[in-house]
Design a protein around this ligand. Structure first.
Ligand code: SAM
Length: 475
């Protein structure tokens, strides 16, 4: 009711504002007012901008192009300045770049974020060019498009193509699970250029191939499967945060499975993920049961963190951060995708105590050294949720950096399996971060501890301060 009234009010004032802006003589008329002409001028202009922005944001695909150019400036500028800077300097730099980039695109950031948060936008996008359905064990992936269905059985990834994998010359490439099939090229075209709908465990999200928008992939699917097996549905939690939300898959999955969730915060450092998450949330069948918040900022330093929208600690935080380490000589990796670097992962490990009461994070063996450094520094530990998953390391922007994957292999961070469908593999696991908060009070699941899982001690810990080397098994 309130929402409808607000939307109606915004529409009416927006139309009035637009009329005012189009008819210049009204400015002179306004000047005749004895008081308040400046304030009224400001209000009418702001209402007009809001109205136009609303129109633009409602076309999700078109706004994605506009937001992507802002996102690209953020990725390039922030990441190029990242390493010599302290966290505070990085946050300041992020905010400045964001201001500059939105200003040059004539986007009023505050209004855009407000429109998302007040649910005033109803972003529309066309039908998907391809529908991707992933089975619960991730072993079967079905691509449905107008021409028919392509099925990958015994899949190891959502997009199991190995055509760009860096096989050393002496090894023969195993036939590509996608391109060895008649529909391979059509599926590739649709997957790369069109709107894609991805469904896993009853949750669907829309996604489009973009440097700044990452789709849910096997990492996210294994993460939620392990959480479900760990009885996530019974964790009592009113507030949940999907930190680094991408398409919003994790947050939507959490709301779908856990009936105690009421407030869901989707956060990312880029605009396109927030827009697409909004698109996906608006199509979520159970949406009316939740209050969504869309927060923009580096880590959890949100630029629109006003009016106590997302008070921390959250009851639950879910984070599937980028985990590609920046190794010397390959620093440019940071500019090629939103998924590079370990800064968000390190931040979450370090600040888990203030972020949430229960914080789950997913990462790969490739980030082992960076993770160990933070755990040693903070004394935090990790409880593995479920088994480690050995999955192909097939990250195209990592492959584009000649020698990067080989350097990871030499460092023992990925392993080489020449006779399999992909040459490089790594281990990906989900963990609950254990902080001082949990020291007194054992975690909910200790009794049914995951001690069975390889390498865990009797309480299910994989890492303890007295055992300073956490090693995800790469076997
Ligand atoms: C691997 S993707 C995961 C997306 C989604 N959560 C999923 O599981 O499908 C990581 C996401 O974190 C976001 N991200 C990267 N660095 C970030 C930072 N410093 N602060 C906030 N978000 C960040 C990226 O834009 C991206 O959307």
């Amino acid at each position: 009711m309130i929402r409808r009234f607000r939307a109606g009010w915004a529409k009416a004032t927006g139309k009035l504002g637009r009329f005012y802006c189009r008819h210049k003589y009204l400015e002179d008329v306004l000047q005749l007012l004895p008081y308040g002409s400046t304030a009224l001028d400001y209000i009418l202009r702001k209402a007009a901008c809001r109205y136009e922005l609303l129109d633009q944001l409602n076309d999700a695909e078109e706004s994605l192009d506009r937001l992507s150019s802002i996102d690209e400036s953020i990725i390039n500028a922030v990441r190029s300045m990242m390493h010599p800077l302290t966290l505070e300097q990085r946050i300041t730099c992020y905010r400045l770049v964001l201001l500059g980039a939105t200003h040059s695109e004539s986007l009023i950031l505050e209004t855009a974020l407000d429109l998302l948060n007040t649910n005033s936008v109803t972003p529309q996008c066309g039908p998907p060019a391809v529908d991707v359905a992933v089975s619960r064990d991730c072993k079967k992936v079905e691509f449905t498009l107008a021409q028919g269905v392509l099925t990958v059985t015994d899949a190891s990834l959502m997009w199991d193509c190995n055509c760009r994998d860096p096989y050393p010359a002496e090894y023969e490439r195993v036939p590509c699970p996608i391109h060895s099939q008649p529909l391979g090229e059509s599926v590739t075209r649709a997957f790369n250029a069109g709107l894609v709908r991805i469904t896993y465990d009853g949750v669907s999200v829309f996604w489009r191939q973009k440097k700044d928008l990452w789709p849910p992939s096997v990492d996210a699917f294994h993460m939620v499967r392990h959480l479900a097996d760990d009885e996530y549905a019974t964790v009592p939690a009113r507030t949940v945060c999907d930190l680094g939300c991408g398409t919003g898959f994790l947050g939507l999955w959490a709301c779908d499975k856990n009936a105690s969730h009421k407030h869901v915060t989707f956060a990312d450092w880029l605009l396109s993920p927030l827009l697409f998450t909004h698109v996906n949330f608006s199509r979520f069948p159970k949406m009316s049961a939740f209050t969504p918040h869309y927060m923009l900022g580096l880590h959890d330093n949100w630029v629109n963190d006003t009016r106590g929208r997302s008070p921390r600690p959250f009851d639950v935080v879910l984070c599937n951060p980028p985990y590609l380490p920046v190794i010397p000589g390959f620093e440019s990796l940071l500019y090629d995708s939103t998924v590079a670097g370990t800064d968000l992962l390190e931040y979450v490990l370090e600040h888990a105590g203030t972020l949430g009461r229960t914080v789950y994070v997913n990462f790969s063996s490739v980030a082992e050294k960076e993770v160990n450094a933070v755990l040693r520094r903070t004394g935090h530990s990790l409880r593995r949720v479920g088994e480690a998953e050995i999955v192909p390391f097939r990250v195209s922007h990592a492959f584009d950096k000649r020698g990067y994957t080989q350097a990871l292999a030499e460092d023992g961070r990925v392993m080489f399996r020449p006779d399999s469908v992909h040459p490089y593999w790594h281990s990906v696991s989900t963990y609950q971060i254990m902080t001082e908060r949990h020291a007194e009070q054992p975690a909910r699941t200790y009794a049914r501890s995951r001690a069975k899982s390889a390498g865990a001690d009797s309480q299910g810990y994989l890492y303890r301060t007295h055992n300073p080397t956490f090693r995800p098994s790469l076997r």
